[in-house]
Ligand binder design. Sequence first.
Ligand code: NAD
Length: 384
Amino acid sequence: MKTAGEKAAASEKKTVAAGRSQTGPVDAAIAVLPGDGIGPEVMQEGLKILEAVGERYGHRFKFNRVMVGGASIDAHGAPLTDEALAACRKSDAVYLAAVGGPKWDNLGPERRPEKALLGLRKALGLYANLRPAKVEPALIEASTLKPEALKGVDILVIRELTGGLYFGRPRGREPLGEGQFRAVDTLIYTTEEIQRVVKTAFEAARKRRKKVTSIDKANVLESSRLWREIATEVGKSYPDVALEHMLVDNAAMQLIRNPRQFDVIVTENMFGDILSDEAAMLTGSLGMQPSASLGGKVAMYEPSHGSAPDIAGQGKANPLATILSGAMMLRYSFGLESEAQAVEAAVERVLARGYRTADIAQPGTIQVSTREMGDQVRQEILEA
Ligand code: NAD
């Protein structure tokens, strides 16, 4: 039973948006979706860290395990059942590891495990995808770029997730005869679609270094000209945050030339798809990349990697992307900024002390298993 105060705190907590800070203990229900392959292994470590945060800072996280992806296909014949979706909808946040694997590769597009991800994003109305690209000092040598270009790089890429070229109608092919076709995709954005994701960027920038770079192709595309106008308009409500506009081709170049100039990047779906991968590669391994998808009442947090069937069940998977996704949940769903920073700092210290899973191991470092990496981060949080 919750007290009236707890109930008020719980309803407050559900509406916490990026940029607001939670005070007092949080009592949250989290839908946990371990999925397939390395999913259950890395999720176990992610939950271990949330439990440690609860223990250290006095919060309560209740975990409700939900089956999705290949596991759900095996058990229920579908990658995302109505019951699974309902359980996610009524939670305070969704924590997903990864889905998919060779066992389900030959199923039709509607039955593939990945369909669960698209179904969840759509049903939960997740229009803003946040992918941080932060260079860990201890891993700087692992990047393909020069360390002096990477030192201090800490970028948050916000990609619009539910509009633009990937969803616009009409789309399709028209036969022109003699084996020729005309293919059409349509790039559409409405004022509201732009406003809401740009606002997310400004709110996030307020908690960081207070700079937003809005990326478009306004010299060519009408949708980009609208994007730029709306971004400028929204920016007027955030006089404490600097706004700059950049053309996407220049942005692709600047990310490699001088990535330190960026704080928060916000851009439409396809530009964001490409630039977020480019930004991620500044920082090295896939096993280190967290993400958050925000928009509706319930947000979703997941590592950027897949289910890595090649290393599943061997204790080799890097759990840090999942752990850092948990830190994003603390920040964006529960307003627990200092707890989020505590997790990020713990990861940084563990790396600085030389602990590495196989994917990021270098000569002279201490190679550990998935579980041992989670234990190290847990210990850092509890002892900090
Ligand atoms: P992947 O991300 O699973 O693996 C790519 C490579 O990175 C592999 O060599 C893998 O061993 C390694 N890797 C990935 N995560 C790692 C981690 N945490 N620690 C250490 N090494 C890691 O991509 P893939 O091989 O193209 O796809 C495998 C399956 O995952 C497919 O079924 C694919 O559809 C699915 N997938 C799911 C998601 C998701 O759930 N969000 C995303 C991408 C791919």
